[in-house]
Design a protein around this ligand. Sequence first.
Ligand code: ZN
Length: 308
Amino acid sequence: MLPAFISHPDCARHEMGPDHPECPERLGAIQDMLLLRGLLDYMNTYDAPLATEAQLGRAHAINYVHELMEASPKEGYHKVDPDTDMNPFTVRAALRAAGAAVQATDLVISGQVPTAFCSVRPPGHHAERSAAMGFCFFNNVAVGIRHALDVHGLERVALIDFDVHHGNGSEDIFRGDERVLMCSIFEQGLYPYNGEKAVGPNMMNVGLPARSGSDKFREAVATQWVPALDAFAPQLIYISAGFDAHREDDMGNLGLVDADYAWVTRQLMAVAQRHCQGRIISCLEGGYVLNPLARSVAEHVKVLIGAD
Ligand SMILES: [Zn+2]
């Protein structure tokens, strides 16, 4: 029973201009590094399916889903916010990215795979119920979680977000949904400029100041996330896996290193072993400098697949 690596060539056809940091090359860099380190030998590779309207509608307003599809340009770009553009392939890429989270959910819950990594773009955690923003269109991880809850009937699912930016979209979708515990660590003062105030008891947000470094990050995981997760006892854990808190990534200044991604994944694997037979689904979010991104993903995946 090998862990799943889920991606699709369509995810590399969405692009937002020549100098945009959220670029198609991110996926190639990740795949190359996983190959180079021999990690893909220990995974089954799957082509992500397209998410259906019904699946998207569990996390997004259906009007929003329709409006986004209708906004798809025939050529050139359609701007949805100052940093976020659609090209003619964006909708298909976004449907694959959300579809990957749904497929991962089916594979893990049915026991066909123990864990899954979705190497997809566009990312999702800034996408709100009715708004695309911050390079995100559909909230991939949220679509997967609602599929686990509403279709498979799970009752408690945890969402971990270690991207350097706060996952405002996931927070918007899951506020008031007590079936979900969201744990987020992010850098204070960065886009999307919120997250400091918890919006409900199912949100464990930890904003850290710039240059907090590995020790403060690990302390927050150990003293805040882990006890909250143990008390919640999730039946499945999802990770919004952003790697832009790395010290070589200029999007943020938290100052993490490769080893921090292995370490945090080990803590989450231990929680998953205690409560949910080790079941974890991880979806790529940010991480923009190709080499540290690829290395950090490899550290994360190495632990996720038990090759640590
Ligand atoms: Zn980010």
